[in-house]
Design a protein. Sequence first.
Lengths: 222, 302
Amino acid sequence: MTDGVAIISLRQVSKRYPGGFEALKAVSFAVEPGEMLFLTGHSGAGKTTLLKLIAAIERANGGAVLVNGQNLSALRPAAIPYLRRNLGLVFQGQKLLFDRSVFDNVMLPLIVTGQPYREAARRARAALDKVGLLPREKANPVTLSGGEQQRLCVARAVVNRPAILLADEPTASLDAAYADEIMEMFSAFNQVGVTVLVATHDRQLIGKYRKRVLTLDHGKLQ
Amino acid sequence: MRAWLQHHGLSLAQTLARLARSPFATTLNVLAIGVAAALPFGVYCVLGNFESLSRNASVDPQLSVFLARDAAKPEIGAVEARLKDARGVSAVRFVSRDAALVELNRVAGMQEVIASLPQNPLPDAFVVTLSGSDPALADRLELEFKSLPKVAYVQADSAWVRRLDALLRLGRTAVGLLAVLLGLALVAVTFNTIRLQILTQRDEIELCRLIGATHAYIRRPYFYLGSLLGLFGGIAALAIVLSGLTVLNRDLADLAYLYGSNVSLKFPSPNEMISALLAAVALGWLGAYLSVSRHLLETDRD
């Protein structure tokens, strides 16, 4: 294992939920900075749990999760927000806010991290431009198509220029053309140095890219 | 730093906008807080008036020192010297038994009674004016004077002042209890209001935490909401108390006129009003703090 240069590293990580369900069993792997890789497996194999552990949304019961050299199980709760600022997250449930415009949705991570408004607005527009949604900046996200909503999620995830992008089933509800579009965007971010980890069960999509694939089966890495 | 100030400004503006969006609910909340705060503050103001009344009345509490009937001139002089030397005495006035009889004669209906007496029954007396209204001082001097030779009886004229004082102490304790209870009510009202607000925004809070918001960031708008509710509630309380005092004063003026005097309830001082407002703001802030902390704790657990 090349822990010295790994940006994400898991060692013998296990996660058991209350009630006894074992979502992950002794999972170990390392991701180098600038790598792009896929995480796949059947539904319920533990893909989402794995991503949640890396984002410190949940804590491992055993083993160590290291992100940017920080051991997450030793992290103080007050330090977690600062860890997450290095991560871009594309959530399975999108989590868009429908009480505000497309522009304000993308602004949120910048305001949360305390960027000055003018600079934040410039970067939000740049991110929207990258995903092709700049003309819709004043629209309410509810009026966007499924593919556009997913692109908005991507813009929100990358607007803070994170070192790591984690995406949980980003193409699940999209038809093939939209799914390709999203995956091309991830590939483009990866080419400028962002580490990208995509959890997906879409093997066809994975086949189009020559990237490392981690396969989970009932909580075990194959 | 600038971004931080910007976010404070933004939080305040959003909070005000949110309050303005539901004017009816906001008004009711502010009223509930206002009434809860107006009760102890109003009673405090009325009590303050009684207090100054008792202070005015006891500006110069007096002791009447009655001498024995057989006290001779030199003995009277000795008592007078001791009275004048005692600490806490500001003036000593001698009332001879003859002067007292003349004075009594002036009281309507007393002439016949006095005329029927074989001789002047009154003793010589001193009226001692004390320099302070401290009941302890009056007690001490009363005991001291009683032990002087040829002093038959000492009467304190400050008994009613002390009774009023005791009553006021009771009142102050009651106001304290009332303030604590209704302060709790105020915290409870803001706690629940903020909790409702948090529940309607729980998605936004969850998202903000996932993208790196600190607890301080999450708390900030709710601190503003709680403090503003407290502030508006405090203003409502002041309005209730001031208009209450105005109405009471109108009736009191009629009453005072019938008694030929000129009393009125004094309004609270600016300092007291500012203190009341600050207390309401602080309690609102506390309600917000408890509410957000509880939510953060609950969501941390899962």
